[in-house]
Design a protein around this ligand. Sequence first.
Ligand code: G3P
Ligand code: CA
Length: 240
Amino acid sequence: MKIIAHRGYSAKYPENTLAAFRAAAKLPIYGVEFDVHLTKDRELVVIHDEKIDRTSNGSGFVKDMTLEQLRQFDYGIWFGEEFAGEKIPTLSEVLEVFAITNLHINIEIKSDIFIYEGIEELVLQEVTSRKLEDRVILSSFDHEAVQKVAELAPNIENAPLFANPVLNLRDYLMQVPAKALHVSLPSALRYPVRQAIKAGEIVRVYTVNEIEHAERLLPLGVDSIFTDEVELMLEFMNRE
Ligand code: G3P
Ligand code: CA
């Protein structure tokens, strides 16, 4: 079971910041995952929520602010004084951190609540300009975005995200078409996903932070887990 650092090394560093990504980049793991949104001036930024309130000292929606406005706030201090000064990273800055590694890079397109028109093309431009096609996985809860990625870049791995998967997953994946399936931890244990794994689909599971949960997933044949607790899961997998 491969390990993917969820939002960077987010148990020990403020999520989706360059500090969290630089820490993840040093670890012997399969990959890293992070979330992208579009600013008012159409810059791609890496942050989880639609609003900056939870992970910064600012307030408001990403879509309503320019990159310059978003950069005025601090995205590290909420996590610890020692992280004061972290800025919201652009997709380009994050890709630069991983360009010099061999980690796989899962970019989650957060076109969930607000539809960011054209975000797929902008993300693909960044990926292709850095020649990262072989190491990137593009995922989203917005399956139209996943479909668009499949049309625009069939050579790049794509994956629909599911909190509660549909019953006939294999047909669904063929229909999108998608190369892998990203599912929540509880749904990974249920029949539709177990069947998909048995049938040979690549399944990655979020978010696995407890050893007991990893122990449940291992015998099922799950391909990878997204975790905040990267070193804990590395220790677990090295024991197995
Ligand atoms: O991509 C896996 C996982 O990150 C999806 O959920 O809410 O953490 O973005 P969330
Ligand atoms: Ca995510």
